[in-house]
Write a protein that binds this ligand. Sequence first.
Ligand SMILES: [Cu+2]
Length: 156
Amino acid sequence: MTVIDANATAVPGVRVDWAIITGNGGSLSQTVDSTDSKGVATTLLTLGGATTYVVTATVTGLPQVTFTATAAAPPVRDSVAVKDNFFHPDSVVLQVNDTVYWTWAGTQQHNVTFGPGMASATQSSGTYSKQFTTPGKFAYTCTLHAAMKGVVVVVN
Ligand SMILES: [Cu+2]
C-alpha cells in the first residue's frame, strides 16, 4: 500500500500494521512496516488452507485498508492423447486422488510406462487410466519411442 498526503505526495516513515483477519493458516512476512521513500509499505501473504483471505493495513489516524486474496485450486488436467509419436499434453498437473486418462489417438503402437509394474499395454487404440494418490512428480515414457516422454505432477 502507499501512504500519500492531501497533496498526493508520498509520505515516508509511516508505520503500517498488517493483519490477517480472515484466512486460516495464512501468514504474513511482516506485521509491521514503515513506508519507504515512495510511501510504500509491504507485506507478503503466504496462503494456507483457506480459500479467502482478508488482510488489513492500519495507519493510525487513517481509514483502514483491506486487501482480499482468493486461493484457486491447482489446475486440473487429466486427459492425455497418445499420438505418433508424442504425448499431448506432455505435462499435466492434478490434485491428489485425481485420475489421468490416456487415449490412443495415433495409428502406431505405444505404451505409457512409469516403471516396472506401472505401465499400460502396448496398443494402437484404446485407453489407460491411473489414479494418483500421493503428491509428487511422475515421469513416464513410451518404451517403443524413447523421445515420447511425459510427466504427471500431483499436488495437494
Ligand atoms: Cu510410442
